[in-house]
Write a protein that binds this ligand. Structure first.
Ligand SMILES: C[S@@+](CC[C@H](N)C(=O)[O-])C[C@H]1O[C@@H](n2cnc3c(N)ncnc32)[C@H](O)[C@@H]1O
Length: 279
């Protein structure tokens, strides 16, 4: 039996990036950017007053060899042009292994960081460590992380985990997506958002229920009736199917033993966008 690929392994990704220079998971930049534009935090609104931050910072984590970071930066810069004293926006690509696509001269700087490590995130905060992210975004990075199963709760990670909403010490978070919810909550500004693109229709179901539309008007109060409405300061504002993956003619697969190729037909599957807001 062939061994299943471990998409959560840094070794897998660094080996892959030795020969892969460009690969886009799930959806193209062109198809995705209109959905991102519709879901930006209120601080990005054109009519936002000037007295807020000078620069809005965006962390694109698990960027791999995707072109989303530069395309998003270009999209935002183009929109800002001609708007007078427009706010500056800076996208950062990041991954836990070096990738071949980013260079130090790029318009999108690259940060080497592991989002499952709070200290790694804290060492790479924007504004020289003085600020938090206005927006974090991932495309299929959560999918890769969720392949890994329970995280070790030994070693340094146990010391990185801080206090919950009630000020209790959180001894450990071994579930990778829950660890990510916690870690990103610590480095994202209140009112900031996390846009997560996934093949899974239930990526956050174990942790968050959909924020009831009846509460949307008053969510700044930060109180949900149900304990799954707010997790580590996140609410799930939106879940939307934004595309489907379907190959009408089928997909060619190769038998690893014989090398023989055959066509398999698969059901249509969705590409999902989740919009979480830090309250
Ligand atoms: C499925 S690929 C998606 C790549 C890219 N976002 C795209 O859409 O084409 C998952 C990416 O997440 C990165 N990754 C996995 N675990 C990570 C972690 N703990 N911290 C940061 N990046 C991680 C991998 O190196 C890889 O680049």
């Amino acid at each position: 039996m062939p061994t299943p690929t471990d998409f959560s392994s840094p070794l897998y990704w660094s080996n892959r990036f030795e020969s892969e220079n460009s690969f886009e998971w799930l959806i193209s930049d062109e198809d995705l950017l209109p959905f991102i534009q519709e879901s930006l935090p209120s601080s990005f609104a054109d009519d936002q007053k000037e007295d807020t931050e000078d620069v809005l910072n965006i962390l694109h984590f698990g960027s791999g060899t995707s072109s989303l970071g530069p395309s998003f930066q270009h999209h935002l810069d183009t929109r800002q042009k001609g708007k007078g004293k427009a706010k500056q926006v800076q996208v950062y690509d990041s991954d836990y292994v070096p990738t071949p696509t980013t260079t130090s001269s790029s318009v999108v700087p690259f940060l080497l960081l592991d989002v499952l490590s709070l200290s790694s995130l804290m060492q790479n905060l924007p504004g020289g460590g003085e600020e938090k992210w206005n927006l974090v975004i991932d495309k299929s990075t959560c999918d890769a992380i969720s392949c890994g199963g329970a995280l070790s709760i030994d070693g340094p990670s146990i010391f990185e985990v801080g206090l919950d909403e009630e000020g209790r010490v959180i001894a450990s978070i071994s579930d990778p997506i829950e660890r990510l919810l916690y870690n990103l909550s610590q480095v994202t500004q209140t009112g900031g958002r996390w846009i997560s693109i996934s093949y899974s229709s239930n990526r956050f179901d174990n942790y968050l229920s959909d924020w009831p539309s009846a509460h949307k008007q008053e969510h700044e109060k930060g109180h949900g009736d149900n304990e799954k409405e707010i997790k580590y300061g996140w609410i799930l504002l939106k879940r939307q199917m934004i595309s489907t993956t379907y190959i009408p003619s089928g997909r060619v697969v190769k038998d690893p033993r014989t090398g023989e190729e055959r066509v398999v037909h698969e059901p249509e599957t969705g590409v999902w966008m989740y919009v979480l807001e830090r309250v």
